[in-house]
Design a protein around this ligand. Structure first.
Ligand SMILES: [Mg+2]
Length: 344
């Protein structure tokens, strides 16, 4: 029922209608199923319709492209390079169709700006132009355009090229997302933890803020797996991931799967006191899940040990020192009898 969840997020009226129809005792199963099908189609269209920005100073060619693409895509239009750059900055599209010959700022200048900005460098650009010389095509492609469409347009070719590029874009986005997500727990993975910590570390240096890092480890997890089986162990990791995530209230707080049974937590702008308190809350929350673990020497249920550290980083400090510090605290928490939080 993923489509229903999607529509609910969009507070779609069709979703409310389905709920209503399901609740109504006079609704036949066939009727409910039919509406479910409609909801599926709506969600499909809403979630997959790509946004394209068309940039062309020639209104006739702009109109032609809009007429060709509007039934398949959400379209934005700009009549100059400057206007295009403003629109892209405020609302980046999935694809840009960019005219080469424009007064003031031509297509080459626009793509040059897009490629030199980290926020926009990955948005694919297809050049549209009346210039037929090979040299121009080469120049466009070497500046980073993914394709080239020549005027006058052949509708079927324009459509096919746009569709191909967008399929590629969708695949890349999917891969990017998957590459940062832990397959089991569906929280960010170690790679994402490293890049998020790096980002927050530099921010903390710049603004001279606290940054806290914690590592949580499941107590006697090997004994759990050995006695209850790995499938149950996996379910424990899934529960813990969502329990820790539930306790992080700010959008920039992060929990990731750090290692096998370890979770890495990054708490930007958080003092040692506050971070310790939060981790203590998380430790308690995990204990309160009451997952039976007869083979734990710390408790008869699943518990976690947490080690953490806080710092206001200086320019010349190495990010890994903070993680190492947290790691040492985790070691102490384990040594002191587990199911506890240690902080530095
Ligand atoms: Mg032009």
């Amino acid at each position: 029922m993923a489509h229903l969840k999607y529509l609910k997020k969009k507070s779609c009226p069709i979703c409310e209608m389905i709920e209503y129809i399901k609740m109504n005792e006079n609704s036949t199963p066939e009727f409910v199923e039919k509406f479910d099908q409609i909801a599926l189609n709506v969600a499909d269209v809403l979630s997959t319709k790509a946004r394209i920005l068309i940039v062309d100073d020639d209104r006739i060619s702009l109109k032609l492209l809009v007429g060709l693409l509007k039934q398949y895509y959400i379209l934005d239009q700009a009549e100059s390079g400057k206007q295009a750059l403003e629109m892209i900055a405020s609302n980046p599209p999935d694809l840009i169709l960019l005219d080469v010959m424009m007064p003031e700022m031509d297509g080459f200048q626009v793509i040059h700006q897009l490629k030199s900005n980290q926020q926009t460098q990955n948005i694919p650009v297809i050049f549209i132009t009346a210039l037929h010389s090979l040299r121009n095509e080469e120049a466009g492609l070497s500046l980073g355009a993914v394709d080239y469409i020549k005027k006058p347009f052949i509708p079927s070719i324009v459509l096919a090229r746009v569709r191909n590029i967008l399929t590629m874009v969708r695949h890349r986005k999917l891969l990017e997302t998957l590459a940062h997500i832990d397959g089991l727990t569906e929280i960010p993975n170690r790679r994402y933890f490293d890049s998020a910590l790096r980002r927050e570390w530099h921010r903390a240096i710049r603004y001279q803020n606290f940054i806290s890092v914690a590592i949580a480890d499941v107590d006697y997890f090997k004994q759990f797996n050995d006695n209850y089986g790995h499938a149950k162990g996996d379910r424990v990791l899934i529960s813990l991931a969502s329990e820790i995530r539930r306790n992080l209230k700010r959008p920039y707080d992060l929990v990731s799967r750090y290692g096998g049974e370890e979770f890495g937590i990054v708490l930007p702008k958080t003092s040692a006191d506050k971070a310790y308190q939060l981790c203590e809350t998380i430790r308690e929350a995990v204990e309160q899940l009451n997952i039976v673990h007869e083979f734990s020497s710390a408790s008869k249920k699943i518990t976690i040990s947490i080690g953490g550290a806080t710092v206001i980083p200086e320019q010349n400090m190495d990010m890994s020192t903070l993680v190492e510090k947290a790691d040492r605290q985790l070691f102490m928490a384990k040594n002191n009898g587990r199911n506890q939080v240690e902080w530095a």
